[in-house]
Design a protein around this ligand. Structure first.
Ligand SMILES: Cc1cc2nc3c(=O)[nH]c(=O)nc-3n(C[C@H](O)[C@H](O)[C@H](O)COP(=O)(O)OP(=O)(O)OC[C@H]3O[C@@H](n4cnc5c(N)ncnc54)[C@H](O)[C@@H]3O)c2cc1C
Length: 404
């Protein structure tokens, strides 16, 4: 842990790269520094205002594209960074330190870009048409899995695609789809049933659906409790006719292919949780600098100091688990259980950190302009999105041979 003075003269403490130095190279630390200074200069100053106004800033999203965060995992010949998972986790963590709404925006675009590159491997014309602008941030691709009937049982999909000669015709709806209504949103990777259920589960295929295709409706943005300046809409599909080329991957296997590929996607959420917990720590330490109570600095009351120590411990534990998982993935090791454990522990830790931070800041911690209040709102979704804590426990239990 290091301490440094920020421009206001307030001490801003960060858990720096050396906590997990075994997992990070000098290139990683240089990338972390680039994202960190971008966030301090471009993201942090208006983060509270954007959240209060529920406003996404298109210029900032374009600047993130120039930074190179969206295409980190995409092949370089299509404009990507061909970087590793630790690089994406570092970006997710640093952005969430100041703005979780932007962090989830980056996360969803980065995983959708990587997934498209994976599912359309070998289809160079398609990839050359879409990926360069997706990496640059002028084309957003969303990830359309969750349905109104439930997201945890994700394979139980009602949206369906039927063949009509050479075409596919899609009907159904998706719920809570991030990045589906920004000024840059052009496609959704959509999961739809393409056949009758076998043992209660339909075969599910993946499709690349242009959001301007006739029959696609992007619904009203959700008024959310957190991630307020991110973009989330329902999507409706009414007799959406697409050419055969819209199919991604193998017919009937798109969902399984996507899930197998995306085992790592929980780790950037764990990284966001780490960043948020660190953000809570920084804000509380700033608050304590000039707060007094009962004749002495508030932080010198042991009851308060111990709570701050807990936030630091939560952030550090989340960080170690995140980069342990990402390091293992980058070495080619299996990470199904590690990713689920890291996501579970880190997202729960972020919630505890945000609860404590708002408590220490008292009434101020309940006012939306405070970073602690925003972190508190943004923390809540972390144990829900990308698989709830219960789903993570299910995966961990199954990996231990328990038949849940
Ligand atoms: C802001 C936001 C952004 C999102 N972005 C996207 C996106 O871009 N793309 C996308 O596809 N989805 C997205 N989602 C959806 C998200 O992944 C789901 O909300 C999440 O997976 C949970 O699904 P659900 O909301 O349908 O809850 P449900 O699945 O209905 O679960 C309700 C509750 O029951 C629990 N539960 C369910 N089954 C069990 C069980 N067997 N045992 C124990 N407990 C159980 C769950 O843990 C949960 O607590 C987003 C959601 C939000 C809120």
């Amino acid at each position: 842990m290091t301490g440094s003075a920020n421009s206001n003269g307030a001490s801003s403490f960060v858990l720096d790269g050396h906590d997990v130095s075994w997992a990070l190279t000098s290139d990683h630390l240089a990338w972390q520094e680039s994202v960190r200074s971008f966030c301090a200069d471009v993201v942090a100053p208006e983060a509270a205002v954007r959240s209060i106004e529920r406003r996404l800033d298109p210029e900032m999203l374009t600047a993130v594209g120039r930074l190179g965060a969206y295409g980190l995992l995409a092949p370089s010949r299509f404009g990507g960074g061909e970087a590793d998972l630790r690089s994406l986790c570092l970006a997710a963590e640093e952005v969430a330190f100041v703005d979780s709404s932007l962090a989830v925006t980056v996360h969803v675009q980065a995983i959708s870009v990587a997934l498209l590159a994976h599912l359309a491997k070998g289809r160079d014309d398609l990839l050359a048409e879409i990926l360069p602008s997706a990496c640059a941030g002028s084309t957003f691709i969303s990830f359309g899995l969750t349905e109104p009937t439930g997201g945890s049982d994700a394979g139980n999909i009602r949206t369906h695609a039927r063949r009509d000669r050479d075409d596919w015709v899609i009907n159904g709806s998706k719920q809570f789809i991030t990045n589906s209504g920004t000024p840059f949103s052009k496609y959704v990777i959509l999961f739809a049933a393409t056949g009758e259920p076998v043992r209660g589960r339909p075969p599910v295929s993946a499709f690349l659906v242009p959001l301007d295709a006739p029959g696609v409706t992007v619904g009203e943005a959700y008024p959310k409790t957190g991630w307020k300046s991110s973009d989330t809409h329902p999507l409706f599909f009414d007799e959406v006719r697409l050419p055969a080329t819209a199919l991604l991957g193998t017919e009937g296997r798109g969902y399984r292919e996507a899930l197998r590929f995306l085992t790592w996607a929980r780790l950037p959420i764990a990284a966001m949780s780490t960043g948020l917990a660190r953000g809570c720590l920084a804000d509380v330490l700033r608050f304590l600098e000039d707060r007094e109570s009962f004749g002495k600095p508030l932080g010198e009351h042991q009851g308060v100091a111990f709570q701050v120590a807990e936030i630091a411990s939560f952030a550090s534990a989340a960080r170690v688990m995140t980069y342990d998982g990402a390091w293992k993935y980058d070495q080619g090791m299996p990470i199904e259980r590690e990713a689920a454990i890291a996501k579970l522990i880190a997202s729960e830790a972020a919630n505890k950190a945000a609860y404590i931070a708002t408590q220490i800041e008292g009434g101020y911690g309940f006012i939306e302009e405070s970073a602690a209040a925003r972190h508190y709102q943004d923390a809540r979704i972390l144990t829900i999105g990308e698989g709830t804590s219960e789903v993570q426990k299910m995966l961990i239990a199954r990996s231990l041979g328990l038949g849940v």
